[in-house]
Design a protein around this ligand. Structure first.
Ligand SMILES: [Zn+2]
Length: 439
């Protein structure tokens, strides 16, 4: 009874605050018009020349032909000699990883030696770097032992305390006993883990509930962990969760209208990820034809993250070296099959696993070198990722009604995709964050 009175009082207060907000007539936000030489809008198959983007507040009001009159008093940004695109979306990042150098202790040092304040400071820089490079939205797929730090960083960005992209955070991620780092220590020691460990559908569902309660926008699940090459030369990946465990998580997340991203390399774990109805497959190094067909049927998103599998190979004659080469070899085949089958491929780098000092746009050239058309690669990092994030028409596109996420590069990225590694202008939610070229 008392509680319902408190609720009623709260409703009245909220309502009166809202009503007061509405009754104050506020002047329309000032108009900014961007003069565009070449526009790649994130959706259309071909670029358009000489366009105008009208921006009011944080949204795009309209996009018109360059001949339309610009109202007097509007602020004009001249990008008439360059190529303009929507802010990019990286659908697989880790702001709480720092590309840990194995020589300096690698992944384990991050958890064992770096305090949470140090990690948050680094994550703050990572967020800024993403924005500087034109990535105005990221799906950050787990904090690697930093708890709910991604949601904290997201809050700091949203309240304007630090600059950074729009973040879809997955918080802690979920794996099973024997399915995540830290490992390899004396069995007597209870080591901290980089993910939340569950065993059984009840624990799995509870972990999902805990993460969703604390702000997870996505749930990230590790469906495979260790990988190695067997005597026949096949890449083998250790499976983690059972279908029942995963299904409990997916059922819970879907009830909250959230989605589940599954790290899955190949084999049994990848099959369980699909049978458990994961929304997106992360990495998907080796996908069989039957699994491609199942992904097509279930409309599963595919976030291949090619880049991390090309660097830092161990020597060729070591078990690790064989594994590293096998991963890249099968990955290329899977990516080409996915292209041919028109799977829904989204752009993801796994940056953080790769040092944040490297270009986040490096995945574009990997995708294009394996046969993806440059325009499709751009769309994978714009409108297609936006659709996966349930933000279709709001981000990843330059059109009326979308958030004013606008970037520019000097050259033609359709001819030289590497141009996207040199973003020279960034507007985020209608505010200019970086400007090295506009007059
Ligand atoms: Zn990752």
């Amino acid at each position: 009874m008392r509680r319902s009175l408190v609720c009623l009082a709260l409703v009245i207060i909220l309502f009166s605050v809202g009503a007061r907000g509405q009754s104050t007539p506020s002047a329309p936000a000032p108009l900014t018009v961007i003069r565009v030489g070449t526009l790649i809008d994130g959706v259309s198959e071909a670029p358009r020349k000489n366009q105008l983007i009208f921006v009011r507040g944080e949204r795009i009001e309209k996009v018109t032909d360059g001949s339309v009159e610009i109202p007097s008093g509007a602020r004009v940004i001249d990008l008439s000699n360059v190529t303009v695109l929507p802010g990019l979306i990286d659908a697989h990042t880790h702001i709480f990883l720092w590309g840990e150098d194995p020589a300096k202790g690698g992944y384990d040092a991050n958890i064992l030696n770096a305090g949470i304040a140090l990690r948050a400071a680094r994550a703050t820089v990572a967020a800024r770097r993403a924005l500087e490079q034109g990535f105005t939205t990221i799906r950050d797929v787990e904090t690697e032992g930093a708890g709910y730090g991604d949601i904290g960083i997201k809050q700091a960005i949203e309240e304007g305390t630090i600059p950074g992209p729009r973040i879809f955070g997955a918080t802690r991620a979920i794996s099973t006993t024997g399915g995540y780092n830290l490992e390899g220590y004396a069995p007597e020691l209870e080591m901290p883990k980089g993910a939340q460990i569950v065993d059984g559908p009840v624990e799995a569902r509870k972990a999902a509930r805990q993460q969703l309660e604390h702000g997870a926008d996505w749930i990230k699940v590790y469906m495979t962990h260790r990988s190695w090459v067997d005597k026949q030369g096949n890449l083998i990946s250790q499976p983690t969760l059972t279908v029942e465990e995963l299904a409990a998580i997916v059922d819970e997340a879907h009830g909250w209208q959230k989605k589940v991203a599954c790290h899955a390399y190949n084999g049994i774990g990848l099959q369980r990820a699909l049978d458990g109805r994961c929304d997106s497959i992360e990495h998907g190094l080796e996908i069989t034809d039957a699994q491609i067909a199942q992904m097509k049927r279930q409309e599963t998103w595919y976030c291949p993250t090619l880049s991390p599998y090309y660097g830092d190979w161990a020597p060729a004659d070591t078990p690790g070296g064989k594994r590293d080469r096998a991963r890249a070899a099968v990955h290329e085949i899977s990516f080409k099959k996915a292209l041919q089958a028109h799977l829904k491929i989204v752009y993801g780098t796994d940056i953080g696993g790769i040092p944040w000092t490297e270009p986040i746009a490096q995945e574009f050239k990997r995708m294009v070198s394996l046969g993806m058309a440059p325009m499709e690669a751009i769309q994978s990092a714009t409108s297609r990722s936006a659709e996966m994030l349930d933000m279709k028409g709001e981000i990843g596109v330059i059109a009326a009604g979308a958030y004013a996420e606008v970037i520019a590069v000097e050259g033609d990225p359709l001819k030289h995709i590497e141009e996207l590694e040199h973003v020279r202008f960034v507007m985020h939610d209608g505010s200019i964050f970086k400007n090295e070229i506009a007059k």
